[in-house]
Design a protein around this ligand. Structure first.
Ligand SMILES: *Cc1c(COP(=O)(O)O)cnc(C)c1O
Length: 494
C-alpha cells in the first residue's frame, strides 16, 4: 500500500516512509491511496481471534512492507497483560438492549491514545530500519493532555528516538499534568506553553515546516517526527477497535453479520472518528458516525452547515482533550469525500490558514451529512450525563459523558433505533475533580487525594498507575512562550 499527501496526490511514499516522516513536507497528511476491503468472511474469521491477532491482521492490510510475524510480535508487546489491565484490551460494556460503551482506556496511561501509542514506537523503529535512516527521530508532540503522556510511555528509552512534549500551561487536568511531569526515561522532555492547545499545535507544525531548523537538527544527527494523530501510525491501530467491537457484538449474538451499527465518538482532532470512518470505507457495516463535541462546537457546525469556521471563542472545558478549534485530521476526510481532489483540499487549508474559515462544495456536504451527524454538549449537560450514568451504576469521565449525551440527543432527534456504541476515551480517574463534582461530592484539596476519595465514594477501583502518582516527584518544570518553542527543541537536542 502506498500513501499520498492530501495536498499532492502525486507525492507517494511507502508506509515506512509515511510513518517515519509523520507529516508530508507540503503540509499534507499521508493517506492510503485506496482502502483494502474487509469481506464478511474475514469478519467471521476475526471473530475467532483475540484482540492482538485481530490488530495484526487488520494492520497487515495496510502494511504489506512489514512481515506478519513482525506485526504479531508488535501487537503482542503492545497489548499484553503488562500493558493492558483488561484481557480483552478494548472491552464492550452493555448499557441497554441496543447501546454499548467501548472502553478504550485500559492501557498504561488510562486514555485511549495508549492503543495506538503502544504500537507506534515499534512501527517507527522498524520503519527506521527499513528506510535505512541513521539519524535519531525526535518526536515532537503537542498535547491537549493525553497524547503527551501516552506518547512518552510508548517512546521512553526506545533506541534511536527522543521525545519532547508541549502542553498548554493551563489547559490540562492536574492528574494529566502530574502524569507528564513525572515521566521517566532518559530520552524524554516536557515543557508547558503559555497558550492553548491550538497554540502548542501551531508551534509544533511550524517547527516541522522550518527548513533552517531542519538543517540545524540534521547537523546534530536528528530529524523531526510526529506521534500526533497526523501520523498514519496513530490512525491505523485505531481502525482496529471499531472492527473488533463489531466482532464482539457478533460473538455475543447481539447483531447479525451485515447489520449496521452506529458509533458515537467524542472528538477533538478528528483522529479517532476518522479511524471509524476508515473502518466503514473498508466495508465494516457502520451506520451513522456521530461526532460528539463539547462547547467547542466547531465540528457540529461544520457537519450541519458545511462551513468550517474557527473564528469563535475558545472554551476551556472539563473535557480538555476536546478543547480544539482546528481538527487536523479533518483534512484526510475532506480529501476522501472530495473524491481525492488534492487541489480542493489545498485551497480549503489555505483559506483556513488565512481567514480561519472555508466552505465545502455542495456535493461534499451531501456526502458528509450522509455519513456523519454532529452534536455538542454544554458543561452542565456533561455533568448531568456523568451523574445520570453513575446513578445507573457506571462511572465515566467527562469526554465519555459528552459522547453518551450526544448519542441520546441523536436518537431523540432522528428516532434512529440502530444498535449503537459510544466510545469511552479515558478513565474517570484522570478527571477526578469534575467527576466528583458531577456526582455531588466536594473534591478533596489535592489532585492525588481525590483519587483515593473517589475510590472510597464510588467503590470503583482506580487504575494502579494513577494511584501510584502520589509518591512521585516532578522532573520537568519548564514553561515557555509560544514563540519560543523552536528554541526549546534546540535546547533539548543540544
Ligand atoms: C484525544 C482525546 C479525545 C479526542 O480524540 P481525537 O482523536 O483527537 O478526536 C477524546 N477524549 C480523550 C480522553 C482524549 O484523550
Amino acid at each position: 500500500m502506498e500513501y499520498l499527501s492530501t495536498r499532492d496526490k502525486n507525492l507517494r511514499k511507502s508506509a515506512a516512509q509515511a510513518i517515519t516522516m509523520g507529516l508530508s513536507r507540503d503540509g499534507g497528511l499521508f493517506t492510503p491511496v485506496s482502502f483494502p476491503s474487509l469481506s464478511a468472511l474475514e469478519v467471521e474469521t476475526l471473530c475467532g481471534m483475540p484482540y492482538r491477532k485481530r490488530a495484526a491482521y487488520i494492520m497487515g492490510k495496510y502494511l504489506e512492507q512489514f512481515r506478519p510475524e513482525e506485526l504479531n510480535l508488535f501487537t503482542k508487546n503492545a497489548y499484553g497483560p503488562e500493558k493492558f489491565g483488561h484481557p480483552e484490551v478494548a472491552p464492550l460494556r452493555q448499557m441497554d438492549k441496543r447501546t454499548w460503551c467501548l472502553e478504550l482506556w485500559h492501557g498504561p496511561t488510562s486514555a485511549f491514545k495508549d492503543i495506538a501509542l503502544q504500537i507506534l514506537p515499534q512501527l517507527l523503529s522498524a520503519s527506521l530500519r527499513m528506510t535505512g535512516e541513521k539519524k535519531t527521530a525526535c518526536v515532537l508532540v503537542a498535547t491537549s493532555g493525553d497524547t503527551g503522556k501516552a506518547a512518552m510511555e510508548g517512546f521512553a528509552d526506545v533506541e534511536q528516538t527522543k521525545i519532547q512534549v508541549f502542553y498548554p500551561e493551563n489547559g490540562v487536568s492536574e492528574i494529566q499534568k502530574l502524569q507528564m511531569v513525572t515521566q521517566e526515561g532518559g530520552n524524554v522532555d516536557v515543557c508547558a506553553v503559555k497558550g492553548n492547545f491550538d497554540d502548542a499545535q501551531d508551534g509544533v507544525k511550524a517547527a516541522f515546516s522550518n527548513e533552517t531548523l531542519r538543517d540545524k537538527l540534521a547537523e546534530r544527527g536528528y530529524f523531526l517526527s510526529s506521534a500526533n494523530s497526523i501520523n498514519w501510525g496513530r490512525i491505523l491501530p485505531q481502525v482496529v477497535y471499531y472492527i473488533s467491537a463489531y466482532c464482539d457484538l457478533l460473538n455475543a449474538k447481539e447483531i447479525k453479520l451485515g447489520q449496521p451499527v452506529n458509533y458515537c465518538v467524542p472528538t477533538g482532532n478528528f483522529g479517532n472518528i476518522l479511524a471509524c470512518y476508515y473502518a466503514k470505507r473498508m466495508g465494516l457495516p457502520v451506520g451513522k458516525l456521530i461526532c460528539a463535541s463539547n462547547r467547542n462546537d466547531v465540528l457540529t457546525d461544520f457537519i450541519r452547515t458545511g462551513v468550517y469556521d474557527r473564528n469563535r471563542p475558545f472554551h476551556t472545558t472539563m473535557s480538555p482533550s476536546m478543547d480544539i478549534l482546528i481538527s487536523s485530521n479533518l483534512e484526510r476526510l475532506l480529501f476522501d469525500i472530495s473524491g481525492g481532489k488534492d487541489e480542493l483540499v489545498r485551497e480549503y487549508m489555505e483559506q483556513l490558514a488565512l481567514t480561519g474559515r472555508y466552505e465545502i462544495a455542495p456535493g461534499m456536504k451531501k456526502r458528509l451529512q450522509e455519513v456523519f451527524y454532529g452534536g455538542f454538549c454544554s458543561e452542565e449537560e456533561t455533568s448531568a450525563s456523568i451523574k445520570m450514568l453513575y446513578e445507573y451504576g457506571y462511572l465515566i469521565d467527562p469526554h465519555t459523558a459528552v459522547a453518551a449525551k450526544v448519542l441520546t440527543d441523536y436518537r431523540k432527534e432522528t428516532g434512529d433505533k440502530t444498535p449503537a456504541v459510544f466510545v469511552s476515551t479515558a478513565s474517570p480517574y484522570k478527571f477526578c475533580d469534575s467527576v466528583l463534582e458531577a456526582i455531588g461530592v466536594t473534591p478533596a484539596a489535592s489532585s492525588v487525594e481525590r483519587i483515593g476519595q473517589m475510590q472510597s465514594v464510588t467503590g470503583v477501583a482506580a487504575p494502579s498507575r494513577l494511584a501510584a502518582l502520589a509518591g512521585k516527584a516532578p522532573r520537568f518544570t519548564a514553561v515557555t512562550e509560544r514563540g519560543n518553542m523552536e528554541a526549546k527543541v534546540l535546547e533539548f537536542l543540544g
